[in-house]
Design a protein around this ligand. Structure first.
Ligand code: ATP
Ligand code: MG
Length: 559
């Protein structure tokens, strides 16, 4: 049980909110969801699921400059793909009128004023945590003037950046967020994706979030630790209006209060998780899109071959605390390996092929080998592998020089098993004019077939193969970590200079014909190579596989 669940259980015991549990997940639709958001999603939806409550989805769409329906749509798709169900969908923009009306009430009560200073001037007067700030020269302008100017701001009569509405609280407050925080700013450059040109003033986070929670009846408003310092302001704004139940805007009565709780953000090594930085990577073409398999986005991870189950299991493993930290990317990779190890069919894909000719296998003969998808797990099914005189094997599985430490094919004639098929012994090879080996020759033992009595004969090595005629050429995208340094955000250099130049290598492989009919998102282990998934752009004519993870698990060793 995490510390927020403990709080919820205590609240339930004390019958707070009549036992009602309501959370919300409040993304700003200004980018795609990343795995950090998944941590918040698992918390918000998880609490609601576990305690019989509801979690609503609320788009925090208060800044039309950066927001778009593309993001609204992708966020819903990603949450559904993760396997969570929201109660209702809300938008902060649904409350623009109510929030505006509250701002007017606030002005009338002498608690807000229109400031005509520039953002720089306002910042200069903020003071520091140890020094008080200075009052704005506009702080004490008459209420009537504030009303008139705020209405002029909304009427589109004031240019962007020329005026803001500020709460009149306390420029000496030790909490900097109380030093007359901005409540409203003017944005006329961009239409809002839902309200169009109706509004010229937009509420800031602090004036919108708590009130939105209140209107909806949220009981536990859970967010990340950077909002701890905002919490007093969250409570302050609500307390200003809650006495009369915000003029009846919430069905839960004047004693009801939403409460904010905070947990640690997720940070992972070798990646960045700020939407601003991810957007830069996308816009500057440094990755192929939001769903580039190197991105920490939900759609990127999905395309990389991560399953929703593995991502959720990763979030379970890291847990929730009140201290910020950095999670090893190796743990995420370890988690997907754990899942795929148990389920992904293990197939042959030859990356650097050389021809193997079995000289004592009749050229007119063709047979079909039946192989288990995962050896020893017949319940996961079998597949058929055509077998004939000419196969493809990995170049590295043959060595021309005799070497007593090399157990695969060499002129030493050691017995080597072709995976799920026969035992062969190399007899020689052929080279081209440049001295590159083009063909390896071998003989096979017809009585050594796997699954028959002779199939039990042990060899020191087993190698992979595909039938040379039946094999399919596939494109293979070998992905690796996006950044070359552990914490790109902590470096002095621009994060874009820290990208891993080896994060994508595109190559080809000859894969088993059993892969002819794969579907997007099918997972495989390519034996000795790694875990792969069928890419979204793959087709029967042009198969594309993405490497999800290599086979080697460094994380397990380290820990
Ligand atoms: P970014 O800085 O990437 O734009 P954000 O915090 O502004 O992220 P929002 O869309 O506002 O993104 O976030 C929605 C919710 O997801 C918030 O409650 C926020 O606390 C949570 N969240 C965002 N990033 C993380 C993270 N890395 N780990 C955990 N929760 C996160
Ligand atoms: Mg945000």
């Amino acid at each position: 049980m995490n510390f927020i669940e403990e709080i919820v259980e205590k609240d339930l015991q004390e019958k707070k909110n009549d036992g009602r549990i309501q959370t919300r997940f409040p993304p700003e639709p200004n980018g795609y969801l990343h795995i950090g958001h998944v941590k918040a999603i698992c918390m918000d939806f998880g609490i609601a699921e576990k305690y019989g409550g509801v979690c609503n989805l609320r788009f925090d769409d208060t800044n039309p400059v950066k927001e778009d329906v593309e993001y609204v749509d992708s966020i819903q798709q990603d949450i559904a793909w993760l396997g969570f169900k929201w109660g209702k969908i809300f938008y902060a923009s649904d409350y623009f009128q109510q929030l505006y009306d509250l701002a007017i009430r606030f002005i009338k009560a002498g608690k807000a004023y229109v400031d005509e200073q520039s953002a720089e001037q306002i910042a200069e007067q903020k003071g520091t945590p140890t020094e008080p700030g200075q009052n704005s020269p506009y702080r004490d302008r008459p209420i009537e003037e504030n009303l008139r100017l705020f209405e002029a701001m909304q009427a589109g009569e004031i240019p962007d950046g020329k005026m803001v509405l500020r709460a009149k609280i306390d420029m000496a407050n030790p909490n900097m967020h109380f030093r007359d925080p901005i409540m409203y700013r003017i944005i006329t450059t961009h239409p809002h994706h839902r309200t169009g040109r109706k509004w010229n003033v937009y509420p800031m986070y602090d004036f919108a979030h708590g009130q939105s929670d209140y209107f909806e009846g949220v009981t536990h408003s859970i967010c990340t630790l950077e909002f701890v310092v905002h919490r007093p302001l969250y409570d302050y704004f609500i307390d200003q209006f809650a006495g009369d139940n915000f003029a009846g805007l919430s069905p839960y009565g004047p004693d009801y209060r939403p409460h904010q709780y905070e947990f640690n953000r997720l940070n992972i090594t070798y990646t960045v998780m700020s939407k601003r930085k991810m957007l830069q990577l996308v816009q500057e073409g440094l990755v192929a899109g939001w769903d580039d398999p190197r991105m920490p986005t939900v759609c990127g991870l999905r395309r990389r071959g991560y399953t929703a189950e593995a991502i959720r299991s990763f979030i379970d493993k890291i847990g929730y605390t009140k201290v910020e930290g950095m999670i090893d990317l190796g743990l995420l990779e370890h988690t997907i390996r754990e899942t795929l190890k148990e389920t992904a069919p293990r197939v042959c894909a030859i990356f650097d092929p050389v021809r193997l000719v079995i000289t004592n296998y009749d050229a007119s003969e063709h047979e079909v080998i039946t192989a288990e998808n995962i050896d020893g797990k017949p319940e996961l099914g079998t597949r058929e592998m055509p077998f004939s005189r000419e196969l493809w094997i990995e170049r590295a599985d043959f060595q021309e020089e005799s070497d007593k430490n090399f157990y695969r094919l060499s002129p030493m004639g050691r017995e080597v098993r072709l995976k799920s098929a026969y035992i062969v012994q190399a007899t020689g090879c052929e080279k081209d004019a440049n001295g590159n080996i083009t063909t390896v020759y071998a003989t096979y033992d017809p009585l050594s077939k796997s699954g028959t009595e002779g199939g039990n004969r042990k060899t020191k090595a087993t190698i992979n193969w595909v039938d040379s005629e039946a094999a399919i050429d596939a494109e293979v995208r070998l992905y690796d970590r996006l950044f070359a340094v552990e914490n790109p955000s902590a470096e002095e250099r621009d994060f874009r200079e820290l990208l891993n130049p080896e994060s994508l290598k595109i190559t080809t492989a000859k894969v088993e014909s059993s892969l002819a009919n794969v579907k997007k998102q099918d997972h495989f282990q390519f034996l000795k190579q790694g875990y792969f998934v069928v890419d979204d752009d793959s087709s029967a004519e042009h198969l594309i596989f993405n490497r999800t993870a290599s086979l080697k698990d460094n994380w397990q060793k380290k820990n």
